[in-house]
Design a protein around this ligand. Sequence first.
Ligand SMILES: Nc1nc2c(ncn2[C@@H]2O[C@H](COP(=O)(O)OP(=O)(O)OP(=O)(O)O)[C@@H](O)[C@H]2O)c(=O)[nH]1
Ligand SMILES: [Mg+2]
Ligand SMILES: [Zn+2]
Length: 345
Amino acid sequence: MTDPTFSLRSLGWNDYWTAALREVSEPGAEPARVIRRDRGWIRVATDGDVRSIEIAGQTGELVTGDWVAVAGDRLLATLPRRGVLRRSGRGGVEQLLAANVEIVVLVCGLDRPVTPGRVHRGAVQAWDAGASAVVVLNKSDLFENAAVVAQAIAGETPGLDVLTVSSRTGEGVDAVREAIRGRTAVLLGESGAGKSSLLNSLAGRELSEEGAVRESDSKGKHTTVRRELFVLPDDAVVIDTPGIRAFGLAASTESVEAAFEDIEAFAQNCRFGDCGHITEPGCAVKEAIESGSLRAERLETYLGLRRELQSQVIRSSPHVRRRRERKMARMTREGQQAKRGLPDE
Ligand SMILES: Nc1nc2c(ncn2[C@@H]2O[C@H](COP(=O)(O)OP(=O)(O)OP(=O)(O)O)[C@@H](O)[C@H]2O)c(=O)[nH]1
Ligand SMILES: [Mg+2]
Ligand SMILES: [Zn+2]
């Protein structure tokens, strides 16, 4: 099958990228967007053309969604990213998922339990990439109480829109189309959740292959095997991704904190600056739960994410571990100085 061709604008090009390209300014430099990454090759779309470019060794970090400058079939440069979606894979090794993403669509299948913790993680991943997030509860045709689940998830994830969709019947798909209009979107979610089906439903034709789920437990069969960028007719770019079974969290502590602003706000009033909100006396977060202004489940999700993040940081490398130990030592020293009323060095 031959690739369709696109204009730069339909690929997401705008003034920001024009300026970024000017910095590269090599004679003959032509902008292109990475639509697929294979071993040793990238597939790029330029203004009106699609071609493969060999990237032997030099650019291990290139991912789908990157903007590059090319000359013929030569790669000249990667334009500085506006953000990159990451996750940590096995052994805490970080993996880049997609670059220059503006909205992450967290697709959940209603034919299996929808867990707020997972939705939270996805949102944190999105925010870490400088993108917004929206939750899509797909397969509403299979489940009568979709609205109830939607309400429950919305309650657990303040600030996130939750859309109820059936990629099969097309119900609710227009709302997704509105949410991603004019932007680069990434579909994230478990295998079998219906990411490719949603993409096809948005496009009105089969762009990406769909696969059946196992009857016994609704598990997907990992039909989509690579991340690939598609251009929709109504002004949106969508990156379909393979479903991941265990998704690790590659995000900064800052973005977890941003996702839980309410808890951070209560924490300002904890007696201890480093309160863990577990058993400490004078914990304002615990008080907020007792008085009913904060839900206990939300604190649990928050503490869980923070624990996970910390253990990942520790696991990831001896270098990071040493840095962390030095930081701990410094904090302890500063704490002692504060107690003794000494000025900072
Ligand atoms: N009833 C119903 N089935 C759906 C819906 N959306 C997807 N499916 C089915 O769910 C199965 C999995 O869909 P896919 O789109 O392949 O799932 P995916 O998330 O892309 O999965 P991976 O590519 O493996 O990550 C297919 O059999 C789809 O036909 C829906 O809204 N309703
Ligand atoms: Mg798929
Ligand atoms: Zn506290």
